[in-house]
Design a protein around this ligand. Structure first.
Ligand SMILES: O=C(O)CCC(=O)C(=O)O
Length: 243
């Protein structure tokens, strides 16, 4: 696909898949940085900046990685990423954060159907996530499923009880109105989704990990909606991350 096809698909479907974005060498560099983060940075992290799986040992998510390691800040600032993102957010991209969805082998937990803007609380919703596959994502290990064209309206959410994804659609069947797309990818591919595209993922019961990095950008012109933010904070308080 060329740039204008990506822009058109993104605005129509709320998600695009970019194959082969990172070369094998770039991917090795990112993986090495991630492993260094896991071994050297993670032991010093505050509680709010990671979420464990139910085995209380394996990490499900790292949050705000860019605040703890300059590698991830500079990854998010790469010009080729900013050039892709700017026409999609319809403005100047501003980094909101770099996080990981580790979906480890056998213990990786599901992600309930949700729209990210219930967490991000931005108006207008010119915000997106770049989901970078560091492992292949397949039906077996919990590739993300997106609901095409669902980005136009922010639907009601309620506390989900899932650590790391404390907010889910109040009515999960609302997703069924939209065609579904399973974002299977190879390592080095990316998926880019709008902050109101409904998405979810299944548990990973396979022997293959499904590690991903997620970079969230908003446009410089977005503002926080205080009512939305209050609802999100209540959901977060109802589901402490590592209690
Ligand atoms: O990686 C996953 O399974 C879910 C990712 C997600 O919810 C997100 O990127 O907003």
């Amino acid at each position: 696909m060329n740039d204008s096809q990506w822009i058109e698909s993104y605005h129509r479907d709320g998600v695009i898949r970019c194959r082969g974005w990172f070369s094998a060498d770039q991917l090795s560099e990112i993986r090495a940085a991630f492993e260094r983060y896991r071994s050297d940075v993670a032991p010093e992290l505050p509680d709010a900046d990671y979420t464990l799986e139910s085995d209380r040992t394996t990490v499900r998510n790292f949050w705000r990685m860019n605040a703890h390691d300059p590698f991830f800040q500079s990854l998010a600032e790469r010009p080729e990423l900013l050039e892709l993102v700017a026409p999609l957010v319809q403005g100047e991209p501003v980094l909101m954060g770099v996080e990981s969805f580790n979906k480890p082998a056998r213990v990786g937990s599901p992600v309930p159907p949700h729209q990210d803007n219930a967490y991000f609380c931005q108006r207008p919703p010119d915000v997106l996530s770049v989901w970078i596959a560091l492992d292949p994502a397949t039906e077996e290990n919990g590739a993300v499923e997106y609901f095409l064209g669902s980005q136009h309206t922010l639907l009601p959410h309620k506390p989900s009880g899932v650590k790391g994804n404390s907010f889910g659609l109040a009515d999960a069947s609302a997703a069924d109105r939209f065609p579904s797309f399973l974002g299977t990818v190879d390592a080095g591919d990316m998926l880019v989704h709008h902050c109101q595209t409904i998405h979810q993922s299944q548990p990973n019961r396979s022997a293959s990990p499904r590690l991903s990095l997620v970079i969230v950008y908003r446009a410089a012109h977005t503002e926080t909606d205080n009512d939305l933010q209050q609802a999100y904070r209540q959901a977060l308080a109802a589901t402490p991350q590592n209690a």
